[in-house]
Write a protein that binds this ligand. Sequence first.
Ligand SMILES: *Cc1c(COP(=O)(O)O)cnc(C)c1O
Length: 369
Amino acid sequence: MAEHPIYVTSPLLPALEEYLPYLEKIWATKTLTNGGPMHIELERALCSYLGVDYISLFTNGTVALITALQALEISGEVITTSYSFVATAHSLLWNGLTPVFVDIDPDSFNLDPSKIEAAITPRTTAIMPVHCYGGPCDVDAIQAIADKHDLKVIYDAAHAFGVSRKGDTILKHGDLSILSFHATKVFNTFEGGAIICPDAKTKTKIDRLKNFGFVNEISVVDFGINGKMSEINAAFGLLQLKHIDQAIAQRRQIDDHYRHMLQGVKGLHCPAQSEDVTQNHSYFPILVRDDFPASRDEVYERLKQNNIFARRYFYPLISAFQMYSHLESSAVSNLAVANKIANQVLCLPIYPGLSTSTVEEIAAIIKGF
Ligand SMILES: *Cc1c(COP(=O)(O)O)cnc(C)c1O
């Protein structure tokens, strides 16, 4: 029994005194928002850290998703996944778009490219895949389909901060990629998000859309929203960046230790990324398969009785929520793999500061069945 409750994640939160110099700078300039010095500095620092050319910071990842769709003038139907956080599909509804759910690949949990073309109709204008748990989508296959059918690709990369393949960031694929800097994510600004843009022109458009559509003091040319990141959030992001490499390294150690402790347990599967992916270890999903002596929910409950709060990401599927369940593409028969994985998956606690002994305790509880 864990002494204190152990949650699936705990935010990266540097010591209080480390925040003070950042706050002093803001108090000195009296600039609180609207693209102040912290905002400019964080955009520069993130471009450099992530290896991207242009980034536009947002108040959160959901408004970034909504704005990305608006910026590309997406209409009609968008192909996406039901195996994600609900904000992925909600961003489509906020733009008056119809989500069309396509099933996932059983190994990567990402959109299965071989099933995308069958879902394309004359109304389809875009694909919105998710790099689930930070694992890269099959970006080449998805781009080939998009090129063939003249579709835009907007990646929900909320989980993919800092992920690269063969040394290249995965955030430069498709037309736009969206990040979330929510407290629960690997890199946080308390609340925050961003759009990765391919060029200066697109960034200018997106920057305008997040500021009500203003081009200058007296002209509004788009029905934009207020999506701006404040100076406090940007400053907190700069501080996070100082700690992020160490935080990801600690996550990697926890990931390795879980794998070591859980290896060979019958009916339990710990999905792995290919060797050429540099992960951020944002999640540690396990699959509790039919030949495990207990169900996924029994494992979840047993952990809870021991003060350990694992999460069933992603259960229920987005397609099961009432505002989506009526869609033809939400049928269980259309999403057989996603439904199966949603009933088997459990994300175990992983965050910097989670002790080796707690990892061992969690593994022992699971092995106790
Ligand atoms: C967290 C998350 C979002 C939403 O980001 P917020 O910053 O919380 O608005 C969107 N998509 C996915 C896949 C997420 O995990």
